[in-house]
Write a protein that binds this ligand. Structure first.
Ligand code: FES
Length: 90
């Protein structure tokens, strides 16, 4: 979990796909730091156990979809669009 421009974000690689996602739990807004990402792209919130999914097509095990942010990878660096951060904070 990282804080970038005052936004808590998570970055994970699952099955050769990279995800950039909201790093706060939709339940109570706490950090997802410490929540392990499974090989199915599921994160269990370390606070109250809510299951969150990075890839809901279809969403497995009653997991709540986690907000994703647009990004691109250039020269091995994940670059997040500042506009995506602003849109995500509304
Ligand atoms: S803060 Fe994540 S489940 Fe409550």
């Amino acid at each position: 979990m990282r804080t970038i421009l005052w936004h808590r974000l998570g970055v994970a690689r699952v099955r050769d796909r990279i995800y950039v996602f909201e790093g706060s739990c939709p339940h109570a807004g706490r950090s997802l730091q410490g929540g392990a990402v499974t090989s199915q792209g599921i994160i269990e919130c370390p606070w109250h156990g809510l299951l969150l999914s990075l890839d809901c097509q279809p969403c497995p095990v009653n997991a709540v979809p986690l907000a994703q942010l647009a990004f691109r990878v250039r020269n091995g660096i994940v670059a997040i669009d500042r506009g995506a951060l602003r849109r995500n904070s509304r």
